[in-house]
Structure formats: structure tokens, C-alpha cells
Write a protein that binds this ligand. Structure first.
Ligand SMILES: Cc1cc2nc3c(=O)[nH]c(=O)nc-3n(C[C@H](O)[C@H](O)[C@H](O)COP(=O)(O)OP(=O)(O)OC[C@H]3O[C@@H](n4cnc5c(N)ncnc54)[C@H](O)[C@@H]3O)c2cc1C
Ligand code: FES
Length: 288
């Protein structure tokens, strides 16, 4: 399957949104699922969570942080680009149980994959509170979308430049203390944030779902790269997740496994930088 970038929006300095024309994918998609994207023949396959999908228009929305070589190349791709491949939807759909009240917590880029769940829980009749946290105002995105889709939106920034000053865990702790966090919590964001949310809700036994982003290679259960320890059992996040019971995830094991490709990522960045310098030198030689 492939897809064409219909619309590209720069959300922050290093984060962008793509609307991709992919009719079959949009029709098959569910909240919580992801796709494997390859920009061109020479690039890596990158796992990206579906941040939205519109069955009527046949489009899916992806929100991407330019973290390294491949995602920076994606950020430079113009509207109209046809992706070399787009595989999905992959992974298990989010569980959307019938609850009266739910608190959905997103941190940084994790805010985007939370959005389909805001819509799904609301459609299932729950009162939805979204708590979204960013480092500062410059990193805030999709505030308007969350305000429109949920019942209540609480924005927090670490430096207080937008919304409340503090962290999403401060808000979650407050909601636990005043018994307003509901019967379920979903937390998506950096590992440390999801771990802290799970610890807070463990104390009051509120079921808490987290979405894990271990290194994925094939995304189809073949390579074993995405192994995570959940409830003492090895699970493959790409086919059995990426969402799991946050009270059962072994976050310490995950934190140890995550950086194992750092050397290769550094090498890729160094090659990218030297290619950029050579191209710049060629350009200045030609113009001079
Ligand atoms: C299920 C899942 C869903 C994801 N959803 C999104 C999303 O919606 N938006 C988004 O911006 N990012 C998402 N990511 C992370 C994204 O895939 C990585 O940021 C991307 O692969 C980085 O590639 P790079 O070459 O630009 O950077 P690199 O320099 O290769 O890596 C930068 C960092 O990205 C992570 N990473 C690199 N390769 C992979 C990989 N194959 N699998 C997982 N993590 C990797 C590593 O933690 C690494 O430290 C998701 C990852 C997973 C596993
Ligand atoms: S990414 Fe290969 S088994 Fe999950």
C-alpha cells in the first residue's frame, strides 16, 4: 500500500502533521493502531501511530517529531509526495470500555495518538477529560482539536507559559485526590511520564493503559525487536500492543532496552551531517 501527502502542517519547530490519502487504511483504522512508513526506496521503515483518520475522505493523519535522520527527511518532504510504502493498520486497537468518566493524559508528542481515544470514549458515552502537557508554549499543538472533541481540557506546561504550570502528573495526582479521575486512565508520552502515571493510579487501583514505543523493525511479529515485559511475560508490542496495562509493564526493563541502537543512530546522524557539508561545499564551488 502507498499514500500521497495531501496536506502538511508545521505544528512546532520540530513537529509536523501529515494528512495522507490512504482510503483502505482509513477504513480499516482503529484508535491505538500504527503504520510503518517508508518515505523513499533508500529510507528506513518508521513506525508512526495514527493520530486521526477520516473514513469519508479516505485520509489518515500522522504527527511526527523530527527525531533523527529518517524523520528529518520526512519533515522536508513537500505536499504531493507519494510515500514509497505505507503498511497498516498494525497493532491491537485500543480497548474502549463503557465507563462514565475517563482521564486521558498525554505528554509531548504522546498527545497526538491520544486524540482518536478522546473521540472514541466520547462516542461510547464517557465524560472525557484530557490532560495534555508540554515543556513550554512553543511546543503546544492541537489544543483546538482537544477542546472541541472532549468534555474538559487541561493544558499544562513545565514553565507555565501556557495553561497551568507543572506536569501532567501534578494534575493526575490532584484528580486522584478529589476522586475526579474516573474509572480509567490512559497515559501516552515519554516512558518516565507513563511510569509515573501508572504509579499514581496503582495506589488507588484505577486501571491505567499506556502505549509503548519500543524499537520496532518489521512491525509484524517476526523480528522480536519490540519485546517488552508485561506481567512477567515477554510480549511483542507490535502485534500484542502497543497498549498494555500500565500496572503490569516492567518499565525498568524497557528503559534498559530502548537505547540499544544509539551508536547506529549517532552514525546515521554523522553521515547525514557530512553529506550536508559536502553538498554545501559543492554549491559554493559552483556559485563561485
Ligand atoms: C508503535 C510506535 C509508534 C510511534 N509513533 C510515533 C508517532 O506517531 N510520531 C513520531 O514522531 N514518532 C513515533 N514513534 C517513534 C518513531 O518511530 C521514531 O522516532 C523514528 O523511528 C525515529 O527515526 P529517525 O531515523 O528519525 O531517528 P533515529 O536517529 O533513528 O532515532 C531517534 C529515536 O527514535 C527512536 N527510534 C528510532 N528508530 C525506531 C524504531 N524503528 N522504532 C521505534 N523507535 C525508534 C529511538 O528511541 C531513537 O532514540 C513511534 C514508535 C513506535 C514503536
Ligand atoms: S517489531 Fe519485529 S517483532 Fe515487533
Amino acid at each position: 500500500m502507498t499514500g500521497r501527502i495531501l496536506r502538511r502542517v508545521q505544528l512546532t519547530a520540530d513537529t509536523f502533521e501529515w494528512e495522507v490519502e490512504a482510503d483502505a487504511l482509513a477504513r480499516a483504522a482503529h484508535p491505538g493502531q500504527f503504520v510503518m512508513v517508508r518515505l523513499h526506496g533508500g529510507s528506513e521503515r518508521i513506525p508512526l501511530t495514527l493520530a486521526d483518520f477520516d473514513t469519508a475522505r479516505g485520509v489518515v493523519t500522522l504527527v511526527v517529531l523530527a527525531a533523527g535522520k529518517s524523520t528529518r527527511e520526512m519533515m522536508a518532504a513537500p505536499e504531493g509526495t507519494t510515500l514509497q510504502s505505507l503498511a497498516g493498520p498494525l497493532g491491537m486497537p485500543s480497548e474502549i470500555p463503557a465507563v462514565e468518566r475517563v482521564t486521558l493524559v498525554g505528554g509531548g508528542l504522546g498527545v497526538a495518538p491520544l486524540y482518536p481515544q478522546v473521540k472514541a470514549f466520547r462516542a461510547a458515552g464517557a465524560r472525557v477529560t484530557a490532560v495534555v502537557g508540554f515543556r513550554s508554549r512553543a511546543r503546544v499543538f492541537w489544543e483546538d482539536r482537544f477542546a472541541a472533541a472532549g468534555d474538559e481540557l487541561i493544558v499544562v506546561t513545565e514553565d507555565g507559559t501556557r495553561g497551568e504550570r507543572g506536569r501532567v502528573t501534578d494534575v493526575l495526582a490532584r484528580r486522584i485526590a478529589d476522586s475526579s479521575c474516573g474509572e480509567r486512565v490512559v497515559a501516552i508520552g515519554p516512558l518516565a511520564m507513563m511510569r509515573a502515571c501508572a504509579e499514581l493510579t496503582r495506589a488507588v487501583a484505577v486501571p491505567t493503559i499506556v502505549s509503548l514505543n519500543p524499537i520496532m523493525v518489521d512491525g509484524t511479529g517476526m523480528c522480536g525487536s519490540c519485546r517488552v515485559l508485561v506481567g512477567g511475560r515477554m510480549r511483542f508490542a507490535c502485534v500484542e500492543g502497543p497498549e498494555f496495562d500500565g500496572h503490569a509493564v516492567d518499565f525498568a526493563d524497557l528503559a534498559l532496552r530502548q537505547p540499544r541502537f544509539r551508536a547506529e543512530e549517532r552514525r546515521a546522524r554523522a553521515v547525514e551531517e557530512s553529506c550536508r557539508l559536502v553538498a554545501a561545499a559543492d554549491r559554493s564551488e559552483q556559485s563561485g
